[in-house]
Design a protein around this ligand. Structure first.
Ligand code: NAD
Ligand code: GLY
Length: 368
């Protein structure tokens, strides 16, 4: 097992990465699970595959799992999903000193974390991430949120978990498309700040998405270590360091919005394509070579992730896609910061990007 500390002043915690962590839940969590009844929030897919393992772990330690099971999918991250979760936690008489368990992907982690942030003005929670995306990104760093009709993740809170247990065994039941989508966030750490890790991804990314346990362990450990460093340096995304994690997200956000946040384009797929677009746009502005932009696209393509917009057959034009970008929560004092590349492994925040030029670039990408 690898233990990766997230060194936040006043609320440090550990991310433990390894096999068999769900069966060992009670020993791992120790005093965090202080009561006989343990509230666990999950979704139906994850419950069907991993519910019995968690149930057994708690029962063997003389505890009772209390389950709230949401329908799978982004819809749970809504006002109604939040109300359901909060009302249930209150009915379960959760107290501030208790820890709610979030068992699932990023949807369950974001929703449960936000509920934990507001119940009794803030109680504890433990992340048990079961998707690759959740293990390498969303379970670490304390961003919690729901979606509203105005947009995705627009209502939420920074609320750090007390512990993250990333059980690599859970990745074996993840659908291959979800595994590949999560890998986009792995590759992102290499592209934004670590050329050596990018090179490792080029060599071993295929093994990660093919289900190789050793490659998955290395990918998750390196990704969590990178995220922990960034979060410790800039917890609330105020200095520009954490903003680098948004590489691919501004372009990707426009594509997700245009495709209705649907199965047409998963979040990780949008990030992958967005990362390719960010690299191509960086080349257009002369920051990187077209050879390096092509290298990023090749690494994305090798994992079976999308590298072109055209197959999505969108009706929108470039200007419409830029309008989607303007509704992004990353807007700051009327300007939209873009994460661009000076090289592979060298991302930076560019606040001077001309939106009409971005629209022209997107138009080229749409029409080829
Ligand atoms: P998800 O939670 O919807 O999970 C994807 C699918 O896989 C779901 O159908 C789920 O039921 C299923 N699943 C999860 N684990 C499984 C397993 N082990 N076996 C079988 N099926 C399993 O989606 P996701 O990709 O994990 O997360 C996406 C969400 O994360 C989005 O809402 C996004 O906004 C959010 N996110 C948050 C952050 C953050 O910093 N908080 C970062 C990135 C993404
Ligand atoms: N996923 C982006 C962040 O945690 O900041």
């Amino acid at each position: 097992m690898a233990v990766i500390p997230v060194a936040l002043a006043g609320r440090p915690y550990e991310v433990r990465v390894g096999s068999g962590l769900l069966p060992g839940l009670v020993a791992e969590a120790g005093a965090l699970l202080r009561k006989p009844r343990v509230p666990v929030v999950t979704d139906a897919n994850v419950h069907a595959r991993w519910g019995a393992v968690v149930e057994q772990a708690l029962t063997a330690a003389g505890k009772e799992a209390r389950w709230l099971i949401h329908e799978p999918g982004e819809q749970a991250k809504s006002w109604s999903g939040l109300a359901r979760t909060v009302d249930w936690l209150l009915a379960e008489e959760v107290e501030r000193g208790d820890h709610i368990v979030a068992l699932g992907g990023g949807v369950i982690g974001d929703l449960t974390g936000f509920a934990a942030a507001i119940v009794k003005r803030g109680c504890g929670f433990i992340q048990l991430p079961t998707s690759l995306l959740a293990q390498v990104d969303s379970s670490v760093g304390g961003k919690t949120a729901i979606n509203t009709p105005a947009g995705k993740n627009l209502v939420g809170a920074f609320h750090q978990p007390a512990l993250v247990l990333a059980d690599l065994d859970t990745l074996a039941t993840l659908p291959p498309r979800e595994l590949a989508a999560g890998y986009a966030e792995v590759l992102k750490y290499g592209v934004l700040g670590d050329r050596a890790f990018f090179d490792w991804c080029v060599a071993h990314g295929g093994s990660v998405v093919a289900g190789d346990g050793g490659a998955q362990a290395y990918a998750v450990e390196q990704s969590v270590a990178a995220k922990a460093r960034i979060v410790a340096a800039d917890e609330r995304e105020t200095t520009g360091t954490r903003a680098l994690l948004n590489l691919g997200h501004t372009f990707g956000h426009a594509l997700e919005a245009e495709t209705g946040y649907s199965q047409r384009l998963l979040h990780g797929e949008a990030v992958a394509l967005g990362m390719v677009l960010a690299a191509r746009y960086s080349a257009r502005l002369g920051y990187i070579s077209t050879v390096d932009a092509a290298r990023v696209a090749e690494a994305v393509d090798a994992a079976g992730l999308p590298v072109e917009i055209r197959p999505l057959q969108m009706q929108a034009d470039g200007a419409a896609l830029v309008r989607h970008m303007l509704h992004d929560k990353k807007m700051d004092a009327g300007t939209l910061p873009f994460i661009l590349l000076r090289g592979i492994g060298d991302a930076f925040v560019d606040r001077q990007v001309q939106l009409d030029d971005v629209a022209a670039f997107m138009e080229e990408q749409l029409r080829g």
